[in-house]
Design a protein around this ligand. Structure first.
Ligand code: SF4
Length: 213
């Protein structure tokens, strides 16, 4: 019933494959928690967004999640609160998660590619992605999800390093550094255009199947 209410009837190896980075990552990963990692990087100033953010937005959720959702970058409300996917789009995302028997803190981890808000919600610059994406890669190593889902075209193209239409990204399972990756609509797009909800529900049914034990 809730599903019906919601949806209606109807690789870059961005760091030149840098062995040095990978080695360093594996060593520093050992023995520290996601919280430790958050504390380690929360004052980051590696790019210009560090100067304009209100809050660093690390990520939230279950460190043992089977499903990892990834947005492009914090928006205004996320920046204010320091948490990804809050506000009306976040509420819709929570409803979608409930519809696939998940919760934000149970079975799901949510993060962004970029941890600080780009001014006026512009798309992240390639130079910002290059500096910040390694943090996401580390988070994935902690969580080890069965599936990563990029929310929205910008998140999809940023992770895939391919600028292709969302409708083409939605229909395939990609590989993101060894983890399967799908792309679906950003919940804000579903709020703007409710006609997309039926297609989004098809995506989330696939996601539910994919991550089920
Ligand atoms: S966006 Fe990422 S790289 Fe840039 S300052 Fe924030 S945390 Fe650091």
């Amino acid at each position: 019933m809730q599903q019906r209410e919601l949806f209606g009837d109807r690789l870059y190896t961005g760091f030149d494959g840098s062995n040095f980075f990978v080695d360093k990552e594996e060593i520093t990963y050992q023995g520290i928690t996601l919280d430790d990692f958050d504390k380690e990087i929360c004052h980051c100033q590696k790019c210009q967004l560090g100067k304009t953010r209100a809050n660093f937005v690390f990520g939230v959720g279950d460190p043992n999640a089977s499903l990892m959702l990834v947005g492009e970058a914090p928006g205004e409300q996320e920046d204010m609160k320091g948490e990804p996917f809050v506000g009306p789009a976040g509420k819709l995302l929570d409803k979608i998660l409930t519809a696939i028997d998940k919760k934000r803190d149970k079975g799901v981890y949510i993060a962004n590619v970029i941890k600080c808000r780009p001014p006026n919600n512009r798309d992240p610059l390639p130079s910002e992605v290059e500096k910040c994406e390694p943090y996401l890669i580390r988070q994935i190593k902690f969580v080890k999800p069965k599936l990563i889902v990029a929310l929205g075209r910008v998140a999809g193209k940023t992770l895939l390093k391919q600028d292709i239409p969302l409708k083409h990204m939605r229909s395939k399972t990609f590989d993101y550094r060894g983890t399967p990756l799908r792309v679906t609509y950003h919940p804000a797009a579903l709020l703007r255009n409710p006609g997309l909800k039926a297609a989004a529900w098809e995506d989330f049914k696939f996601i539910r199947e994919f991550v089920s034990d």
